[in-house]
Ligand binder design. Structure first.
Ligand code: ZN
Ligand code: FE
Length: 262
C-alpha cells in the first residue's frame, strides 16, 4: 500500500535581525513543522494568522539564534510540540523528543524527510530533505549564495557536507537560515566574475532587497549555477584562483578563507 503524498505549504518567517524560521504545513492533517526558533513571537503570530497548529519543531543546530525561542514557543502553544534535532547535539540542544542521525527519516503524518549530516558551521548541524514537498532545510550549512562560517568544522568537512546535497533535484527549494544574500553576492562576484547567471542573480537580489523582499528560499539549481561554495570544482573558478592543480576541497578552503576576510 502506498500513501498519497501530502499537500504542503511552506512559509518563510523573518525573525530577529536577519534570521529565518520556516513553517511547513500539511493540509490533510493540519500538522505544522517549524524549522528553527530564533524567537517565538513572529512564528506564533504567523501560524495563528493562518490557523495552523504547531505540532513539530526541527532544530538544525545548537546556535542560540536558532533555538532560543523554543521555551516561549512551548509556553504559547496549548498542545504538545515534538522536538527533533541531531543526536550528536543532544547534549547542547533543548530537550529532544526525537534524536536524529544521518540517514534517519523524519515522519510527520504522511510526510517523510531524510536527514543529512552537514557538519562544518557546527559539528552536528543537520539538514532535512522532504522530497514530497520539494524542499530542504539547510539553515547555516548551504545558504543562498553562501555557506555558514566554519566555527567548529574543517573546510574539508564542509565541502563534503555540501557535496552530499548536489545530487538532489534542481528544483528543490533551499530554505536557509539568514538574509545574507546581498553581501554574499558581492563576494561571489569576486570569485566567479564572468558567470552570467551569477551576474543576473546579483541584479535580482539588489532589486529584491531594495523593496525589502526576502531572497530566501532559493532553488538548488540556482545555487549549483551561482554559489561559489558549491562551484569550487569548476575549472573556470579554479583558473580564476590560480588553483588549477588544487583539489576541489582545497579550492573550497581558499574560497571560504577569502570570504572570512571579505
Ligand atoms: Zn549558526
Ligand atoms: Fe545562524
Amino acid at each position: 500500500m502506498t500513501t498519497a503524498a501530502p499537500t504542503t505549504e511552506i512559509v518563510t518567517i523573518p525573525c530577529l535581525k536577519d534570521n529565518y524560521a520556516f513553517a511547513l504545513h500539511l493540509r490533510e492533517t493540519g500538522q505544522t513543522l517549524i524549522v528553527d526558533v530564533p524567537e517565538a513571537a513572529p512564528i506564533v503570530a504567523e501560524c495563528a494568522r493562518r490557523g495552523w497548529v504547531i505540532t513539530d519543531v526541527l532544530l538544525t543546530h545548537h546556535h542560540w539564534d536558532h533555538v532560543d525561542g523554543l521555551p516561549d514557543l512551548h509556553a504559547a502553544t496549548d498542545s504538545p510540540i515534538r522536538v527533533w534535532g541531531a543526536a550528536a547535539d543532544a547534549h547542547r540542544l533543548p530537550a529532544l523528543d526525537h534524536a536524529l542521525h544521518e540517514g534517519d527519516v523524519m515522519a510527520i503524518g504522511a510526510l517523510r524527510g531524510t536527514v543529512y549530516d552537514v557538519s562544518g558551521h557546527t559539528v552536528g548541524h543537520i539538514a532535512v530533505h522532504f522530497p514530497q514537498a520539494g524542499v530542504i532545510f539547510t539553515a547555516d550549512s548551504l545558504m543562498a549564495l553562501g555557506c555558514g562560517r566554519l566555527f567548529e568544522g574543517t573546510p574539508a568537512q564542509m565541502w563534503q557536507s555540501l557535496s552530499k546535497l548536489t545530487a538532489l533535484p534542481r528544483d528543490t527549494l533551499v530554505c536557509s537560515g539568514h538574509e545574507y544574500t546581498q553581501s554574499n553576492a558581492r563576494f561571489a562576484l569576486t570569485i566567479d566574475p564572468e558567470n552570467k547567471a551569477l551576474q543576473a542573480r546579483a541584479t535580482r537580489i539588489d532589486e529584491a532587497r531594495a523593496k525589502g523582499l526576502p531572497t530566501v528560499p532559493s532553488s538548488l539549481g540556482m545555487e549549483l549555477d551561482t554559489n561559489p561554495f558549491l562551484r569550487a570544482k569548476d575549472p573556470q573558478i579554479k583558473a580564476h584562483l590560480e588553483m588549477t592543480d588544487a583539489s576541489d576541497a582545497e579550492c573550497f578552503a581558499e574560497i571560504r578563507q577569502r570570504k572570512d576576510q571579505f
